[in-house]
Design a protein around this ligand. Structure first.
Ligand code: ADP
Ligand code: MG
Ligand code: ZN
Length: 503
């Protein structure tokens, strides 16, 4: 029955979705949450560990002040209340990803509570706002990374052996948990995506994390339930560790389609964790959560409580940077674009790319045209986010520079970009490797013009007799002969000169 899916729109005529998003973000601190080990990504396994993060007997943790400050700043940016006193808690469980056999987290005393984040999504009737309420923002430490080798799924079942890397164990994390999000209807998948996007941008603007989803520094657990209109909320499934914006949207959509089929056939949704698969866009069943695990939480006895003083909190509040929605409003004015055009940039996650391109010195309308046109089309075709294309604001800047200097025409510029997108190198490398230089010396252009005139004597005659619009056929032939590497306007001028006709 889990293979059955109901059409998305049909599902939403019968049921209302409720969402809940739990987002884990690795903070960008130089050292770990409770020790001085470095946090750099990509180091050889188990080279960034010490007695504290390995949980060796007798070692004692010390709280990373920068991590506390980052959490408070995030809480403030989300309009949360900041606790004046709270404690860490031990979450006890036995699993090799956590060498201490417990994770230090926060349980019933989170640092930040009761906030919200406003998001905007595009609908057929124009942009629509949703206020996503935040239940809590708390601190914890990341676990180690297990690699299950030998099986074909990469999961523990069927693996021959497992490897563990504790470099990640103890890296500061914040978890941001939403209250149940209701009333989104068929916009549920895009609201979920918009929320994670906005959260990511907020963290980036605060500088608390580099929020690179592809490196796993932002991961999202996606809770979805369905119930018939007006009835109590249904049982939720929790799809774990979804790690791209696109996948968040697809996971919500897939769960709506799956649960609707289960409920319509008279079945019941099981409370469980699920895994999302990029290739199929579907989730599969993980661990049942019907019998809640007992983590035996208790206050962490090795750490003092966190008691941020009011003056510090107020200073942090006053020093918060411009938040993304305010920044977007400012950009919109600077770039002279409409709400609709800005929303289009948000939808394809192009605001920062356009801003970077403008900052590199490109005219805003040209910057916007590249990212929303050619590049958006390619990203869509490849099924990837714009930011993961091998093109940067500097690429666009170089291309525009070459167009402005007359070294490239628009069509040559498109071919240069095509080469960069195909991984052939940077703009200059592609231009030289593909020989994308403009044929501009008069003698070779005149030779091509003479050939074209000789091949189409009737057209030549028409132009001579004053039918200037016939010139298009000759210019076209010259462009073809030069493989698009001639300046069409120049060809036209030379053609009229050749025939002694006034334009
Ligand atoms: P757990 O530890 O089981 O993951 P949490 O309380 O940490 O539970 O998070 C549950 C998430 O699911 C929260 O974002 C919450 O708002 C959301 N949620 C709660 N009930 C429902 C429901 N019926 N349908 C969808 N989401 C829900
Ligand atoms: Mg959870
Ligand atoms: Zn350590």
């Amino acid at each position: 029955m889990t293979d059955d899916y109901m059409d998305f729109h049909e599902a939403l005529t019968a049921f209302e979705p409720v969402l809940g998003l739990e987002t884990h973000v690795e903070l960008g601190t130089a050292s770990k949450m409770f020790c001085s080990c470095p946090t750099a990504f990509g180091a050889p396994a188990n080279t960034q560990v010490c007695a504290v993060c390995l949980g060796l007997p007798g070692s004692l943790p010390v709280v990373n002040g920068v991590a506390v400050e980052s959490t408070i700043r995030m809480g403030l940016a989300l309009h949360c209340d900041i606790a004046s006193w709270c404690r860490f808690a031990r979450k006890n469980y036995f699993y090799p990803d956590m060498p201490k056999d417990y994770q230090v987290s926060q349980y019933d005393e989170p640092l930040c509570t009761n906030g919200y984040l406003d998001v905007t999504v595009a609908t057929d009737e124009g942009p629509r706002n949703f206020r996503v309420e935040i239940e809590r923002v708390h601190m914890e430490e990341d676990t180690g990374k297990l690699t299950h080798a030998g099986g074909d799924t990469g999961r523990i079942h069927g693996a021959d052996y497992s490897l563990v890397d504790y470099n990640r164990a103890g890296i500061p994390l914040i978890e941001i948990v939403t209250k149940p999000i209701v009333g989104t209807g068929s916009l549920a998948p895009v609201v979920a995506r918009a929320y994670v996007t906005e959260l990511r941008d907020l963290m980036r603007s605060l500088g608390v994390s580099d929020v690179r989803m592809e490196e796993g520094s932002l991961r999202c657990d996606v809770n979805v339930s369905l119930s018939p209109a007006g009835e109590p909320w249904g049982t939720r499934s929790e799809t774990k560790n979804v790690n791209s914006l696109r996948s968040v949207e697809r996971a919500v959509r897939s769960e709506i389609e799956r649960q609707a089929a289960v409920l319509t056939e008279g079945g019941r949704v099981v409370q469980e964790t699920r895994h999302f698969h990029e290739d199929t866009g579907r989730t599969t069943s993980g661990r049942s959560k019907e019998h809640a695990e007992d983590y035996r939480y208790f206050p962490e006895p090795d750490l003092v409580p966190v008691a941020p003083d009011g003056a510090w909190i107020e200073r942090l509040r006053s020093e918060l940077p411009e938040i993304p929605s305010v920044r977007r409003a400012r950009m919109q004015t600077e770039w002279g674009i409409s709400d609709f055009e800005m929303q289009a940039l948000v939808n394809i996650d192009a605001v920062e790319l356009v801003a970077g391109t403008v900052a590199a010195g490109v005219d805003p309308s040209a910057a916007r045209k590249w990212w929303t046109g050619e590049l958006a089309r390619v990203a869509n075709e490849r099924g990837v986010d714009l930011a993961s294309l091998p093109v940067t604001p500097a690429t666009i800047h170089r291309i525009e520079e070459l167009i402005a200097s007359g070294a490239l025409t628009d069509s040559l510029a498109r071919r240069a970009l095509e080469g960069v997108l195909a991984g052939e190198g940077d703009v200059d490398q592609v231009v030289s490797a593909r020989g994308l230089t403009l044929v501009s010396d008069d003698s070779s252009l005149l030779a091509a013009i003479d050939t074209a005139l000789a091949e189409q004597p009737d057209v030549a005659e028409k132009i001579r007799s004053g039918k200037v619009q016939a010139a298009g056929a000759i210019v076209g032939a010259v462009m073809k002969a030069t493989k698009g590497q001639a300046d069409a306007a120049k060809v036209r001028t030379l053609l009229f000169e050749r025939l002694g006709v006034a334009e």
